[in-house]
Ligand binder design. Structure first.
Ligand code: XBP
Ligand code: MG
Length: 269
C-alpha cells in the first residue's frame, strides 16, 4: 500500500503566529456570576418583573449566547405573558440596555478582576510585536468597561481590533465573530490563535479554523473542548501556577507567549 503523496490540498504550510484573539467572558475575566448575572437580576427587578435567575439556572442559560437572546429565550420558556406583549422585542432590548449599563458601571469601577496571566500575556504579546484582538458575544460597551476598569483608559487600545456583540448576526458557537475579526485584521485563520473558556467558544474558534487553547474554570470544566491545542485551568501567574488538563503542556508553571508560539507551530505541522 502506498502512502498518499503530499499535494497542495493536503500540505498545510506553516504560518507564523501573528495574532492572539481573546474571548472575553470567562477568558479575560470571570464575569458571569459576579457581573452579568446580578446586572440581569437588577434590571428585571427595576422593570417590576418577578424574574430572578439563580446561579445554577444562569449557568444553564449560558448555552444561549448574547444577553438579548438569553432574555428572549427565558421569556419564551418561562413567561409566556411577557412574550405576548406587542412590544416584546423592544421590551427585551430595554431590559438588556439597562442590564448593560448596570454591568458597565461595576466593571468600569474595577469590580471585575482579570484572570491570572492575562495582563502578563498581553505584555508579552506587545513586547514581541504580535497583535492582540478580541472576539466576543458580549456587548461592546461591556467589553470597553471591563478593559477600562482593569487596564485604564488605554485598555481598549491594547487590542488591534475588538469584535463584539451584534456586529454579526449569528453569535458563538457560529464562527461569524471570528471570521469578522480575521477580516478586520487581514489575517488568515492559521496565523492566529484563539483563547477561549467554554465549549460554545471552542466550537466557534474550531468552525472558523483557528487553532485554540482553553483556559477552563469551575463553570466550564468538563465541557467539550475537542480540537483544543491545550486545556489549562488558567494561564497562570506568579504564585498561581497553571495546571494542564489536556493536550500540550507549558514549559513552565504558566502559559507564556513562547508556549503559545510552540503549540501553534506544532499544530501546523
Ligand atoms: C459570553 C456571552 C454574553 C454574556 C453577557 O460571551 O454569551 O452574552 O453572557 O453579555 P463570550 P451581553 O464568552 O463570547 O465573551 O449581555 O452583553 O450579551
Ligand atoms: Mg467565554
Amino acid at each position: 500500500m502506498s502512502l498518499p503523496r503530499q499535494t497542495a490540498s493536503n500540505h498545510r504550510p506553516q504560518m507564523p503566529l501573528r495574532a492572539v484573539i481573546f474571548d472575553v467572558d470567562g477568558t479575560l475575566a470571570e464575569t458571569e456570576l459576579g457581573g452579568h448575572l446580578p446586572a440581569f437580576n437588577q434590571a428585571f427587578a427595576e422593570a417590576g418583573l418577578d424574574w430572578h435567575w439563580s446561579a445554577e439556572e444562569y449557568l444553564g442559560l449560558l448555552a444561549v449566547t448574547g444577553g438579548k437572546e438569553r432574555i428572549a429565550h427565558y421569556a419564551r420558556n418561562s413567561a409566556p405573558e411577557f412574550v405576548q406583549r406587542p412590544d416584546f422585542a423592544d421590551a427585551v432590548a430595554r431590559l438588556h440596555r439597562r442590564k448593560t449599563e448596570l454591568y458597565a458601571e461595576r466593571a468600569a469601577a474595577g469590580a471585575i478582576a482579570l484572570r491570572p496571566g492575562i495582563r502578563r500575556l498581553l505584555d508579552e504579546i506587545t513586547a514581541a510585536g504580535l497583535v492582540a484582538a478580541i472576539a466576543t458575544t458580549t456587548s461592546p460597551d461591556s467589553v470597553r468597561a471591563l478593559l477600562v476598569g482593569q487596564l485604564g483608559e488605554d485598555g481598549p487600545a491594547r487590542f488591534a481590533f475588538i469584535g463584539a456583540g451584534d456586529v454579526v448576526s449569528s453569535k458563538k458557537p457560529a464562527p461569524d465573530i471570528y471570521l469578522h475579526v480575521l477580516e478586520a485584521l487581514g489575517l488568515a485563520a492559521g496565523e492566529c490563535l484563539a483563547i477561549e473558556d467554554s465549549a460554545v467558544g471552542s466550537a466557534a474558534a474550531r468552525a472558523a479554523g483557528i487553532p485554540f487553547v482553553v483556559t477552563a474554570h469551575a463553570g466550564t470544566r468538563g465541557e467539550d473542548f475537542s480540537g483544543a491545542l491545550a486545556v489549562v485551568d488558567g494561564l497562570g501567574d506568579e504564585g498561581q501556577p497553571a495546571r494542564p488538563l489536556a493536550g500540550m503542556v507549558a514549559a513552565g508553571d504558566r502559559v507564556s507567549l513562547a508556549d503559545l508560539v510552540a503549540w501553534h507551530a506544532a499544530a501546523s505541522h
